[in-house]
Design a protein around this ligand. Structure first.
Ligand code: FES
Length: 189
């Protein structure tokens, strides 16, 4: 089994195992990820992150596709997904709202922020709204302690949150608009 660097023909890789595919610009993003690493298998985690960012979770079909593209076993792909809790292998809410409740954000008001969001969304922490639109999670440090309270939605980080700013963000999502984040953590750049 080869483990050498090489992206091959990415257009040919669009259609993958059992119908999974990466559309247009995502093929380019995938090619860029693979090029950054000395071996294909080293690109496993950012590839999974890319898939999850675009599809919301990593399906069985995506596991097979990833294993084929990166020339690793499906067992290896599943091992990574199950080890790191940020990877999801089942469909999730459209927007997973991860609000930091660690010490710095706590001091800067994350508790009252989360309480406000619970009330607005009608769910408790770690629950999903009945329409499947929002999941509200309390998470540990997001690495932006000076900008708290903060919330991560996929690769998007919202900082210095207030209840009013959270309302704006949630109302935008309900309209299908994602308000510009304070920081975008695009791993494929
Ligand atoms: S404590 Fe919230 S980002 Fe670090």
């Amino acid at each position: 089994m080869s483990d050498t660097k090489g992206t091959g023909d990415m257009s040919a890789q669009a259609a993958g195992a059992k119908g999974f595919f990466l559309p247009g610009e995502d093929q380019e993003a995938f090619a860029k990820i693979v090029e950054k690493y000395p071996t294909k298998r080293s690109a496993l985690m950012p590839t999974l992150w890319l898939i999850q960012d675009r599809h919301g979770y990593i399906s069985d079909e995506a596991v097979t596709w990833t294993a084929e593209q990166l020339e690793v076993s499906e067992a290896k792909v599943r091992e990574i997904i199950s080890f790191y809790f940020m990877y999801r292998d089942t469909p999730q809410a459209k927007y997973v709202l991860q609000v930091c409740h660690n010490i710095s954000c706590h001091i800067m008001g994350s508790r009252s922020l989360i309480a406000h969001m619970e009330k607005k969304l009608g769910v408790r922490r770690n629950e999903t709204t009945p329409d499947g639109m929002f999941a509200l999670e309390g998470v540990e440090c997001l690495g932006a302690c000076g900008m708290g309270p903060c919330m991560q939605v996929g690769k998007h980080l919202y900082e210095h949150l207030t209840p009013e700013k959270a309302d704006e963000i949630l109302d935008g999502m309900r309209r299908g608009e994602l308000l510009p984040a304070d920081t975008d953590r695009d791993l494929e750049d």
